[in-house]
Design a protein around this ligand. Structure first.
Ligand code: BGC
Length: 723
């Protein structure tokens, strides 16, 4: 007979049964775990079981913060404190508990991944998965439960201070990339939290600005990445945005949260507020908010704390609504294995994590210009290289506000170049520009440039407030600190000048025609310097493509040409409607500086043999790509759709499929991309439905939105309505 073991867990969850049969005393080890603790039970049964054990007051505890980034534990039931943390680029340092000041810990470093826009520029969903997985592993290692990312707000204006965190201007690309990231992160028993739902497209007046946007633009441009996060990424948490939509704050916006996210899309996880984004108890109670964070009040006074409790007690708010919120919180806990012994423990700063950080940077760096094969550089032909520019030595990982990371280390471009060629080439460095820098700094840089065989100028933006930083937008699209003039002087002193830009898009007209090569390096994370050096010296063939149009000048871009940024009297009206990014430039025939999807390589690719094959509920585009140059490389094949005779205005073309293909020199591959019926659909507000019309569609294929050598037509035989 097995001896019985009396488990006295704090939950009283194990029942020990002793049965008496006649004179015989049997102790049967009848151990029954509470359903919610039993990992073999279905999630919904566990949720209902735990819900049924909570008191009213305990339920309320689950709906609001008890410090800057936690919610309260309920020890009686073994519910642990939940730890939330930023963010999209790695696990942020700990702060608080009750202030924004650093907690002063020494164990809260993490791997700093390239920023969101760099990840998007890889056009490689597998890397999205890998980046998410790394962050998930480090989050578990640090004891976190919910990670506040990815950010998928669409790049509506080049000026938005948070564009570097987001995934660019295209809803389809953003949706695919964020889904990969979420699946990777959530595979580690962490909940991702996609943000900021929705229309947080500017930082100016972000806490109050009211967005007026047509229903079609909302559905076709601003929501699809979130929808993909829910339906294809399976995201467990969504963060509301600070701004308002049609007069109601997004953190408790009935239309966005109840009607669209939960009813239409079937989202079963929790909606949390952005920090201090909740403004009203009744709206918070009724309009779909499930977890209130960061309100600038005492925790008990949060809108979903005592004020909500009072309303529940008085009958103002239904108890069923409370249970629904609690259920969503519990579901996320159970789905991420918070109660299970087998929950993953994570890992940190492993060689694999560093390799992923490097690979994302290597694939995200975009080669914008390369005249006469100026790149890659050949170290055998160079005695002295001048590295010029503050960004050669500047650390970025910790900046930008909530997405900043206390990195284990950060390889700057200068360090990366020293690592790569320091023993074979003489490297000289000059800062050239900087916040306090003036004429003297510039003159020294020009002299340094003269003394070298080649110059690598590393400039661009940084995370100072007013550039790529949360809380404010940029004032213009110009390079700061007199860099336009400096680059011109340097290139005059040494025509062999390669320009590397960190940060988001800037105007380049002043010098672009004069320099032979330009690389866009974004914020490439803690391995960025190594990745950049590898691209510059040809160990890595660049394969990044722009996830956003680079306009020649700010006034060419839609929100600015229409004059509806940053809004008047507290409201911004998105008058450009659907025509965001390349949809605008293509439809209006405006020449961009560099188009969406653009990026050069050290090799060349040839596209051929496009065939369209009708498939179930759609069509497959099949074509060949061949590497026709001398080095191995990757190409992002892009598929755009144009409708011939739409009954409503449609953008000139829209991205509906892509695939990154790695090819050896001479190698040819057949690429097959499926376009479902939804690839042909637009949103019709009159029918409140997505509609793919019976019509002819041109399908265009190539390596950038403005270089589409293959085209074929497809006939949709009948009109289809879809969700
Ligand atoms: C940001 C969020 C962030 C939160 C917590 C807010 O200011 O908008 O993106 O997750 O702070 O740091």
């Amino acid at each position: 007979m097995k001896s019985s073991i009396l488990h006295t867990s704090c939950l009283g969850a194990l029942l020990v049964g002793a049965l008496l049969f006649g004179n015989h005393f049997h102790v049967s080890a009848q151990e029954t775990k509470a359903v919610y603790l039993d990992a073999t039970q279905p999630v919904e049964s566990r949720v209902e079981d735990l819900l049924s054990r909570l008191t009213l007051e305990e339920k309320i505890l689950l709906l609001h913060a008890d410090s800057k980034f936690t919610t309260a534990a309920i020890p009686r039931l073994g519910i642990p404190r939940r730890w939330l943390d930023d963010g999209p680029h790695g696990v942020r340092e700990d702060i608080g508990p009750d202030t924004w000041a650093s907690a002063g810990r020494t164990d809260d470093f993490s791997t700093a991944m390239p920023s969101g826009i760099c990840l998007a520029a890889t056009w490689n969903p597998e890397l999205g998965f890998n980046e998410g997985e790394v962050i998930g592993q480090e989050a578990r290692w640090r004891g976190k439960d919910i990670m506040l990312g990815p950010g998928v707000n669409i790049l509506r204006t080049p000026l938005c201070g948070r564009n570097f965190e987001y995934l660019g201007e295209d809803p389809f690309l953003s949706g695919v990339m964020c889904s990969g990231y979420i699946r990777g992160e959530q595979s580690q028993d962490i909940s991702s939290c996609v943000k900021h739902f929705a229309l947080n497209n500017q930082e100016t007046e972000r806490g109050s600005i009211n967005v007026e946007v047509a229903e079609r633009a909302l559905r076709e441009i601003y929501l699809p990445a979130f929808k993909a996060a829910v339906q294809s990424g399976g995201v467990w948490s969504v963060m509301g945005a600070y701004n308002q939509l049609r007069g109601q704050h997004c953190c408790h916006n009935d239309y966005l949260l109840n009607k669209i996210l939960k009813d239409e899309w079937g989202f079963k996880g929790l909606v949390m507020s952005d920090w201090d984004g909740t403004h009203d108890t009744k709206q918070a109670a009724l309009n779909g908010l499930d977890l209130e964070m960061g309100t600038e009040k005492k925790y008990d006074d949060f809108y979903l704390a005592h004020p909500y409790l009072d309303g529940l007690k008085s009958g103002e708010f239904p108890l069923a609504g409370l249970d629904e919120k609690v259920r969503r919180n519990l579901r996320v806990m159970i789905a991420t294995h918070v109660f299970d012994v087998a929950r993953k423990h994570g890992s940190f700063n492993t060689a694999e994590h560093q390799a992923v950080a490097r690979q994302v940077a290597e694939e995200g760096i975009v080669l914008l210009k390369n005249e006469n094969h100026a790149l890659p550089l050949d170290e055998r032909k160079l005695k002295t290289i001048a590295i010029i520019g503050e960004n050669s030595i500047r650390l970025h990982a910790h900046g930008g506000d909530s997405s900043g990371i206390k990195a284990f280390y950060e390889i700057t471009p200068l360090q990366g170049l020293v690592n790569r060629v320091g023993t074979s080439v003489n490297i000289v460095f000059s800062e050239g520009y900087g916040k306090g820098g003036g004429k003297e700094l510039a003159e020294r840089a020009v002299a340094t440039a003269k003394s070298a065989d080649a110059v690598i100028y590393i400039g661009g933006l940084n995370h100072d407030k007013g550039f790529d930083c949360e809380g404010a937008d940029r004032k213009d699209m110009k390079l700061p600190y007199g860099q336009d003039k400096l680059i011109q002087k340097i290139v005059a002193a040494n025509p062999n000048t390669i320009v590397v830009l960190e940060g988001t898009m800037v105007e380049m007209d002043a010098w672009l025609g004069k320099v032979p090569a330009v690389l866009q390096a974004w914020y490439p994370g803690m391995e960025g310097g190594n990745a950049l050096a590898k691209v510059l010296f040809g160990d890595v063939n660049p394969s990044g493509k722009l996830p956003a149009t680079f306009p020649k000048k700010l006034s060419d871009s839609p929100a600015h040409q229409m004059g509806n940024y940053p809004g008047t009297d507290g409201t911004v009206t998105y008058a450009e409607g659907l025509l965001v990014g390349y949809r605008w430039f293509d439809t209006k025939n405006i020449e961009p500086l560099f188009p969406f999807g653009f990026g050069l390589s050290y090799t060349t690719f040839k596209y051929s043999n496009l065939k369209l094959v009708t498939a179930d509920n759609g069509v497959t585009a099949q074509f060949e790509i061949q590497n026709t140059g001398g080095v191995a490389g990757a190409e992002v094949a892009q598929v755009y759709v144009h409708q011939k005779n739409p009954s409503l205005m449609r953008p000139e073309k829209e991205l509906k499929g892509f695939q990154k293909v790695f090819l050896q020199p001479g190698e040819k591959q057949t690429v097959v991309i499926f376009l479902g019926q939804n690839a042909f659909a637009f949103y019709d507000d009159a029918q409140k439905s997505w509609v793919a019309e019976q019509d002819t569609f041109a399908i265009k294929v190539g390596g950038s939105s403005r270089d589409l050598p293959l085209a074929a037509e497809f006939q949709l035989p009948e009109k289809v309505l879809m969700k």
